[in-house]
Every structure is written in C-alpha cells, then in structure tokens.
Design a protein around this ligand. Structure first.
Ligand code: PXL
Length: 279
C-alpha cells in the first residue's frame, strides 16, 4: 500500500484541508498520515473571530520522531500552511523525507475568488514560491498562479494572460496544474507536464454559486490516484469529474457555499475505482 503524508491545517468546522484529505486519500486505498500545521476552529474564509493555534513546535517534535523511526513516504502532499515559519520549515522537511522516488506535491493554498486568504501577506507568497521549486508537481488555482507569477491578483484575465502565466509558471516546477480558470460558461483545468512535453485542458460546466474547498478535494483525489498509478492526465480528469459530481450533490445546499462541497455523498466513486485497481 502506498503512503502519503498530508501537511496542512485542521480546520475543525468547514470541510477543508486535513478533514477532506484524510477520508478521500484513504478511500482511494492509500495510507494517509496527517501532519497538522495548525488547528483552527473554522477555515478563514467567510468566518470571523476564528481560533488559530500554530503547531510549529509540535510539528518539529513529530518529524524528529519520524526520522528516528525511519518512516518513509511515497508522496508528500503540502496544502495550506498558514505561517511563514512553518513554510520555511517545510523546505527542510522535504530535504529530510524525500528521496528520488518520493513525489512532492504542493497545493499552494493562499487565495480564491480573487482574494488572498485572511492573515497571509506578500512575504508568505515569496516563501511559497521557494517551496514550489522543491516540488515535482504544483496545483495552484488561477489566482494563486497569478500571485506566484505576477505577484498580484486580477479578475479580468483573458486567454493571453493564461498563456503567459502557464508558460512562466513552469520555471518554478516541471509539472503544473492550474485549476478554476473561468472561460465564459465553462470552468477549466489546465495541466502542463514539461517532462513529457504534453498538456491537457479539461473544460467542465460552470454551476451557479460559489463552492468552497473544491481545491482541497481536487488535490486529494489527484494525488491519491496519481500515486496509485494513474498518469498525470488521467488523475487530473478523474479529480475534475469527482468535483463535478460533488457540486451536483451540493446544489440543493448551495446557499451554504462556505461549508465546502458534499464530497461525502460521492465517496463511492473513489472506493469503486479502488476496488477496480485491486481486482
Ligand atoms: O481550503 C483552503 C483552506 C485551508 N485551510 C484554511 C483556510 C482555507 C481557505 O480559506 O482558511 C485554514
């Protein structure tokens, strides 16, 4: 069985980061090891006055113990980190835990819907940019890609911006997935693999309303299926299809958009796939 360490916060309420990654990656038949970077009462979007406990000291103790136990991972999946010190620390974590067979996957979770997440600043973006160059694959949404490439967010982007961003961003990392690209009535995901010199663009229907936490669901499905043998393009398609089904399940609850998508209702898609690969 493959093993993934997922490094991101636990937002107790709001269905994102660890509370999404753990069930999804497990359902794909992959052992999931959480390394919580912080504990929050809720995620930081929409909610006010949330509690936030960074776990910098504890993360160091946990990783020291893992080093002594010689624990290894097939993939290191990094999501929302939330503090500069932790982001700096993860550069060393990758050095310590990744060998030539480990896939380092970074979802640089720091912005959505045209806005940078509460509590993050431009110094944080610089550290995340550094972390991107330690990764094998990164999966920013379009606004995070803008922050990485241009250092700013704009909502009136066009085809030329997408082309320029997708060319420039591969200087940071050889495989890049840009999610949430709005194109008229569609929403697209672009995957660029500079190792194989190939790319994929997957367009899906855009639903009314706004759906929180889709990036975390996408990343979890992508890395869980990729580590289990899907190729880059198939893992992107599978994750995108999963998101579409989850959004359909969420439509009746769409006024609760801040409460992420109802991925729980679609877990059968992951366990069915898992049974097929075993059989
Ligand atoms: O879904 C990304 C995410 C993860 N963790 C925290 C967040 C967010 C998005 O807002 O606030 C704490």
């Amino acid at each position: 069985m493959k093993r993934i360490v997922t490094i991101q916060d636990i937002s107790c309420f709001g269905k994102c980061s660890q509370t999404v990654a753990m069930p999804i990656i497990s359902a794909l038949g992959v052992e999931t090891v959480p390394l919580p970077t912080a504990i929050l009462s809720t995620h930081t979007g929409e909610f006010k006055d949330y509690s936030f406990l960074p776990l910098c000291d504890e993360v160091k103790k946990i990783t020291e113990h893992w080093k002594k136990q010689q624990i290894k991972f097939d993939a290191i999946y990094i999501g929302y980190i939330g503090s500069k010190a932790q982001a700096e620390f993860l550069v060393d974590f990758i050095d310590d835990f990744a060998d030539e067979n480990t896939i380092v996957f970074l979802d640089p979770a720091m912005a959505d819907n045209g806005e940078i997440y509460a509590g993050l600043d431009y110094e944080y973006i610089d550290i995340i940019r550094k972390l991107c160059s330690c990764a094998d694959i990164i999966a920013p949404n379009i606004y995070e890609a803008m922050l990485l490439v241009d250092g700013e967010i704009y909502t009136d982007y066009d085809e030329n911006d997408i082309e320029r961003i997708s060319k420039t961003i591969t200087a940071l990392c050889p495989k890049v997935i840009i999610t949430g690209i709005h194109k008229d009535k569609k929403i697209a995901t672009l995957g660029i693999d500079t190792v194989k010199n190939s790319s994929i663009i997957k367009e899906n229907d855009k639903f009314d309303g706004m759906y929180y936490g889709t990036g975390d669901v996408f990343s979890s499905v992508f890395i869980g299926s990729y580590i289990n043998g899907f190729d880059f393009h198939d893992a992107i398609s599978f994750a995108d299809d999963f998101i579409q089904e989850c959004i359909k399940e969420t439509l009746p609850d769409k006024e609760k958009y801040w409460y992420s998508i109802n991925f729980e209702k679609c877990m059968h898609m992951l366990t069915d796939y898992n049974k097929k690969t075993e059989g």
